[in-house]
Structures are given as structure tokens and as C-alpha cells.
Ligand binder design. Sequence first.
Ligand SMILES: C[S@@+](CC[C@H](N)C(=O)[O-])C[C@H]1O[C@@H](n2cnc3c(N)ncnc32)[C@H](O)[C@@H]1O
Length: 501
Amino acid sequence: MVRGILSDSPEATEKKWMQAVAARAFNARPDLNIAIGDIISVEPSEQNPLENLSIGEIGVCYEAVKALQDSGVRRQDGQYFTPDDAARFMAEQSLTFPPGRWVDPCCGVGNLAWHLTEMQSNPEEFVKNQLVLNDKDKVALKTAVVLLGAQFLALSDQDGMREMMRSATADDFLDSGKTLEGDYVIVNPPYGRTEERGGFDTAKTKENFSYFMEKITKQFGGFISVTPASYVSAPKFKTLRQLIDRHNAGGDVYVFDNVPDTLFRGYKFGSSNTSKTNFVRAAITVTDPSRADWRITPIVRWKSKSRTIMFREVGNLLSKRMIGPDGSWAKIPPGFESVWEALMKEGVILQDLLVKGTTEYSLNVALTPRYYISATFRDLERRSKKVLYFANEEDRDRAAIVLNSSLPYIWWRALDGGVTLPLRVLLSTPIPSRVDASDEIIEWLRVDEEESLVTKLNAGIVNENVKRPQGLVDMLNQIAIPHAREFVDFFYSDDVLTDHS
Ligand SMILES: C[S@@+](CC[C@H](N)C(=O)[O-])C[C@H]1O[C@@H](n2cnc3c(N)ncnc32)[C@H](O)[C@@H]1O
């Protein structure tokens, strides 16, 4: 299908795409043919290559056509089209919003608007009068108007189709001179890195999606967005979080991991990297104006076979949004709130125990956690690690107890959870006051680090780490973080939702 549309020049490809859209719309809605013809202004193709495709699949085709035409454009724009199930999940969140007019900026071929419209009690009325489409890409915008009109408008409502086109805009949504009239927004903005853009409080992030979230949260009464999850806890998004808090009394944040399954299932056309894990960790943020409290999920992991269950059950993983160091939002499992509060009240963090320069009291910590974090007395031969130096034996041994319990892993998943363990997260790990290091436990840790040494070959280089046995970790948890076991499943398991449903 995609190959049939790709042509020698972008103009020719664009024309063939519009012809394919026209073919689908004319065939489905001959009663709207005049209005469709006015918008598309090309003859329909003889074949109907978009027939029977869902809106999400059409989005993937459009993404492929654009990417194969010019892979640089897609990378720069950072476009990830929302798959149908994720778009439906987002649209469902609108059901509790008070009635109002919705804007879909960056609508692409209209995936989000389509599912939003389908969810309404009167889709005909909604698509004509309650929905505003925007995309700076004129081809995508026209595609969205025609496909949505053809799907939802009443019989022979040619004026309805014209009205949809009139209210749609092909402007840059971020243009400070342009404001779209509406009450709420549903959006999947582009994710690419960009220039520092004047006029934005979040300019320093240099992240496109952050500018969109800023403008949306300031100008609209509520929104449903899918964006990178990094904004929830990374320090550079502090201003964005503050803005969202200032303009919204409450809402829900769903945070999704990118392994083993990912929220975005698009194809990485134009990219030479085939690794799935390169997909962004996504967050769906919902700021319903009727809400007065904030909730958040832990980073949710699921297998693709549990995807349907995941969307059905993920709401059960929401719990009161807790705050981490420096105002970050902590992604913790339900039931963990009081443990989190207690951790935040601890007076001593790892940083407080460290000294500048080297001493004879050190610990090695690997900085690429996957399913565990540990600390060793011995030197670890590996690329990515942090060597921590302490003033005395007692401080080092207390840190060793904490860093080999589940506490740092839980801390990291709540405050980051990416590929590496950022130093800010490691160094902010609380050292609970009750932690006391007995000689017996320290001796056990020392003996174990020879027995539990694991090695991984990475690009020809051996990387050592120590994977402590569960019995030892359980014993350390009793000292550092009682009840941890009940919660670590949320982080360790690849199939959390199946296990808990
Ligand atoms: C990630 S796609 C999302 C498409 C669709 N809403 C979805 O969820 O699948 C982002 C869209 O934003 C559009 N876009 C990028 N920058 C924009 C801007 N400054 N103003 C308006 N649209 C923009 C792109 O043309 C693209 O269609």
C-alpha cells in the first residue's frame, strides 16, 4: 500500500495520498461528494487502498509514507502516531469531563479526534460543532477532516463537512499570536528536541512536547495528553510540573514502560536502529476540571498478550500522587503511600554520608539497573559504575545495607526508571535511621559478592555486577524497608497486570 503511494517527489506522493483518501471517502459517502471534492481537489484513485483500515492503521501508513519520503522530517518532528487502543483509552478519559468544545492540535490523520468522537452520545453533532482540528501539515489536516466527516456526519450534510474544514487550522499551534477556541484538548504532540523558544516558561527544556503542554495547560480548562514520561520526574521539567499544578487542581497520570511491550506500536521507518527499547516511555496525563486531587500509577510493565487487560485494569494501579525530592512526582504502587511518606521524612540521604576524594571505605554501584541495584565492597570491573567514598566504616556499612536492599530499586523506579541510574537519584536514596549494620550481615554481604558475581559481555567488554540472592535481600529489607516485598512485584514483574488481575 505504502509503496504504491510513494513517488519520485514529495508533491507527487502527496497527490497520490490525497487520491487514496478521496477514494475511501467517496466510496463510503457518495452523499458528501461535493464537499469532499472541494476539500481534496484531486480525483480519487481507482483502487481504494485505505478501505477497511482503522484510523490508527491509516496513521501508521501516513507515518510510513512521510518517513520513507524523507526520514529526516520524521526524526525532526518526533512523530509517533497513537495506536487505536491507546487512542481509545485516552478518549475514554473524556467521559467524566463536563460538556465542552474539544481541540485536537497536532491531529495528524485524526486518530485521537476519531476515538473521541466515537465516544460521544451524539457524534454527528460533536464532529461538526464541538471539535476543532489543527495540524501544521495541511495534507494530514485535510485527511483528518475528510475521514472524520465521512465517518460521522449525517446523511448529505455537506455543510457540516465545510464547517469542519472552516474551523480546522493548519497553523503552528505554538505560534503566540494564535489561540484556538475550545474548552479542552486531546493531544499527542511531536517529541523532538528543539531550540530554546522565547516566550515559554519551559524554554530551557528545549523539548517540543513541553512547549505544547505549557501552552495547553495555560489556555484550556483541561486536557488529555500522551507525551514522554520523563516530564513527571526529570529535574529539567520542574517548571512544567509547577505550571500543570498551578492550572489544574487534580488529574491522573498513567506511566507506561517500553519493555516488554510499548504504548506506541508504530514502525520505525527511516531509522536504522531496530531495537524496540528505543521507543519512548510514555505518560498519559488527564486533567479533568472536576477533579481536585492527583493520582499516578507506578511505571506499568506488561506483555503484549496482556495489552487488552492492561488498558482495562491500569486504572486500578492509580494511587495518590506522592512528591519526591525537588518536587518530582513519584511513580509508586497503590498502598505504598505511607512507606513513601516515611522515606521522604528520613533525615539522612546517601549524599550526606559521602566524602569528597578517596578513602579506604568505598562501595561500587553499577549504574545500569534492570531488575536490581546492588553495591559491592570489591571493585567491579565494568564500564558504567559509581564508586562511593565514606568517612568511616560505620557509614559505609549502613549504606551497604540500604543499597543492597530493595530500597534503591524502588526509589529509582519511582523517580526515574529509565535505562540508567542517574546520580541524582542514587545520591538522594534515603538512609533510614533504624538501619544499623551488624558484623554478621556485613560478613554475609562480603562472602556473597564472590558467590553472586554475574558477568555480562557488552560489545566485547566484560561487565561485572552482583545479583544478591532473594533470601539475603529479604533480610536486608527487614532492616531497611519492611514490606518492600509486597511492592517490588510491581517493578520486577514483566506481567504485572496479568499477575494482579
Ligand atoms: C505525533 S503526531 C500525532 C498525530 C495524531 N494526533 C496521533 O495521535 O496519532 C504529531 C503531529 O503534530 C503535527 N505538528 C508538529 N508540530 C506542530 C505544530 N507546531 N503545530 C501544529 N501541528 C504540529 C505534525 O504534523 C504531526 O501530524
